[in-house]
Ligand binder design. Sequence first.
Ligand SMILES: NC(=O)c1ccc[n+]([C@@H]2O[C@H](COP(=O)([O-])OP(=O)(O)OC[C@H]3O[C@@H](n4cnc5c(N)ncnc54)[C@H](OP(=O)(O)O)[C@@H]3O)[C@@H](O)[C@H]2O)c1
Length: 297
Amino acid sequence: MGKTLVTGSLGQLGSELRELVGNDRNWIFTDALPNEETLQLDICDSRRVKELMEEQDVDLIINCAAYTNVDKAESNKELSARLNAEGPKVLARCVRERDAALVHISTDYVFDGKRKRGAYRESDPCRPQSVYGATKRQGELAIRRSRCRGVIIRTAWLYSSYGNNFVKTMVSLGSERSEIGVVADQIGTPTYARDLAKAILTIIPQIGEHRGDIYHYTNEGSCTWFDFAALIMTYCGLDCKVNPLTTEEYPTAARRPAYSVLDKSKIREEFGVETPWWSISLREALRKMGKPVPQHL
Ligand SMILES: NC(=O)c1ccc[n+]([C@@H]2O[C@H](COP(=O)([O-])OP(=O)(O)OC[C@H]3O[C@@H](n4cnc5c(N)ncnc54)[C@H](OP(=O)(O)O)[C@@H]3O)[C@@H](O)[C@H]2O)c1
């Protein structure tokens, strides 16, 4: 059995995977700007990807690398396309050449969130509203065209004790301010990156002959950013009033879908993964971040 290589492993999802697998020597962690425990790998550098796969006998790549700043992507189209479309294409080609496998992560922002009743299924048409969403969709298509072995997992609203994310921003704003405004007309599902990392570990031994099949994975349930922020304040006992805003009242560079809840039945039925309720996972994540959420909440 060969080794598993994780790209972008210093990000939220990569860090959760690293923590879950511990010191397993069959796992190699890489990132564009490495540290002492991480090898250097730019996912667009085809020569280096091939070299590492050969040297380390890699038979599975988990691609956690991406350009994830949704608003900045609007003015950094080239970089977003390089990381979200070109990078996955390079990885898919390298994986295909060695008959290795690829687990790639995509996003709910491939959907437009308009005229939708019920959660999005994998087969629903994609109409990205942003540069980030469009380049992530290009990445999905490049992998599917390559016919390499592996799966594409779309997720949403990721947070973790690692990296920067909405939960950390709310905890910090809630400690500094008595009132904040948060968008209350975009509905989705907050997802603890640790739960996604566990789901990936469950799926890996079952990849078999899957070739670019798409699956949806988020936590269970749905809420608005406003609900999410309000629960963070409650759990952390922060005396900060959260006021609802409309998307119009809170303009951002990128357009986001008003509704992007994903249907998880396919991934649950085919791979037997668990999808914990979003508010329960949030409580667990906050406790891990050292926030003493009271037992009764
Ligand atoms: N975050 C979300 O809310 C969200 C929602 C839906 C889907 N997703 C998807 O889930 C996946 C994981 O997201 P995440 O939140 O864990 O991302 P993240 O925290 O932003 O981590 C991405 C990592 O990739 C690295 N990277 C950047 N350019 C690279 C390159 N050329 N080669 C190798 N590594 C590179 C980044 O390094 P630097 O930090 O130095 O740039 C960072 O360490 C991504 O595919 C993302 O699109 C995320």
